[in-house]
Write a protein that binds this ligand. Sequence first.
Ligand code: S3P
Length: 192
Amino acid sequence: MTYYAVNFCGRSIVLIGMMGAGKSSVGRCLRRRIHVALLDTDKIVASKSEMSVSELFAKHGEEEFRKLETEALRSLPTAQQAIVVTGGGIVLRKQNLELLKRLGVVIWLDGDEETLFQRASRSGKRPLLHGTNPRQAFAQMLKARLPLYAKAAYLRIDTSVLTDEEVAVAILSKLKRFARGAEEGPASATAS
Ligand code: S3P
């Protein structure tokens, strides 16, 4: 399957969604299938700051991380086709929404709250879940972010009961369908 055949706009596939939605793993599954670059804003931030995201949060705080996250997003190529994986809080800054959209098709990986939380807390590497009540913090973040994900995304996929491979397949088949719709005319190219 070629990337051109599946991509609705002929540009990047941009994955957004809460911690634990599977963005990084699904990104890797997508890359195995469509062989384009895999770019990750967290990795760009870590490499630029020469420290892990956790260290960055601990040493310089969330605000500094958000600044670098926006810079990373802005640095991504708009002409090169890629799979773009983002951190869960990328939608918090208003300016990021436009930056995300200019990259390509924004796809929201969603899931039920408990599943997302269980997955997100597994690694122990998420600084925003290091407080005294991570479950409550997660619920509050998710509540605040849901409308932002909805605003940024072209389509939403519920990952709760799907494997990463299944999510990747679902994304590609939806994009293929939309690409066909786009060939037929804009009115038929709406997300479902
Ligand atoms: C964050 C999510 C993390 C990372 C940082 C902040 C968030 O990425 O960007 O810890 O605000 O939700 P993942 O979504 O890949 O865990």
